[in-house]
Design a binder for this molecule. Structure first.
Ligand SMILES: [Zn+2]
Length: 275
């Protein structure tokens, strides 16, 4: 997962969303807002959201890959803060990212947790038949890639393809948020993702070697075209972690087989560190 830079919405689209949100907010109480938000979202204006989707897709890496898993095609607007608990954010632009079906529908769904003032992680549940009341106050546990830089929170082990919290203190809010995000999105639980990250490593090395060996014989147009293709690669977090470790001069300490080859290529083509 990488930080997303999504531009602010244009005035008309902002007004369109606000008008929809007003219809939720006007419901008589919180429970009515929750019920209304669900029905409203199921019947949202297709044309408007068809126009919004490309704006959410534009900053995604790897040819529109899912913001969470970086593997599958992102085609669903996902509420980071679920409308079941936060109906007041049903039509709020800053609450949207574009995710794939498995991440949105099978893993995250309506799961959400808060970090309370006492440091406790509080998972939101609303069993069927229980009172529909607002969540308690607290910080959001799930990382928000529109606000947070996931690289600050997550550590990707290039040897195993698995994520851990990027913190030595497992009780820190940062570590709790990282662990919760990894768990709720199944980032390590899905073997296909773990294997995908490992495979991405060899894919990136092949591309980097190709660039190092050939770029001087290429025209500028060929270089630009090649770079465009490079940016279509999936699992951009793998690349980001490679660059981070190289810049820290710690890539040699990561015990994966191709570390030395990456170090050699980065030293020959330092411009790649800015890709
Ligand atoms: Zn996904």
């Amino acid at each position: 997962m990488l930080k997303l830079h999504i531009p602010p919405l244009g005035e008309q689209h902002q007004a369109d969303l606000q008008a929809l949100q007003d219809t939720v907010n006007q419901q008589v109480d919180y429970a009515a807002q929750v019920a209304y938000a669900k029905g409203s979202w199921d019947n949202k204006p297709r044309g408007l959201f068809a126009r919004l989707k490309p704006q959410l897709a534009a900053p995604l890496s790897g040819n529109g890959r899912c913001v969470y898993c970086e593997d599958s095609w992102a085609d669903e607007i996902e509420h980071m803060r679920p409308k079941d608990f936060y109906p007041e954010q049903t039509y709020v632009w800053d609450n949207y990212v574009l995710a794939c079906g498995p991440c949105n529908g099978s893993y995250k769904r309506t799961k959400f947790a808060l970090l309370l003032a006492n440091g406790e992680l509080h998972e939101l549940h609303r069993p069927r038949g229980s009172a529909v009341t607002p969540p308690p106050a607290g910080g959001y546990a799930l990382m928000d890639p529109r606000v947070d830089n996931p690289l600050d929170f997550l550590w990707l082990d290039l040897n195993t393809g698995r994520y851990t919290a990027n913190s030595d203190d497992e009780d820190s809010p940062q570590a709790k948020r990282a662990d919760y995000t990894i768990k709720i999105l199944g980032l390590n639980a899905r073997d296909s993702l773990v294997r995908g990250r490992k495979a991405a490593l060899s894919g990136y090395l092949a591309l980097l070697k190709h660039w190092c060996d050939e770029r001087e014989s290429w025209t500028e147009a060929k270089r630009q075209s090649w770079l465009q293709d490079f940016h279509q690669q999936r699992y951009r977090s793998v690349w980001a972690q490679l660059v981070r470790r190289y810049r820290q001069q710690r890539l040699h300490a990561d015990s994966f087989a191709t570390a030395a080859a990456f170090i050699e290529c980065f030293s020959r083509a330092p411009e790649a560190l800015d890709w």
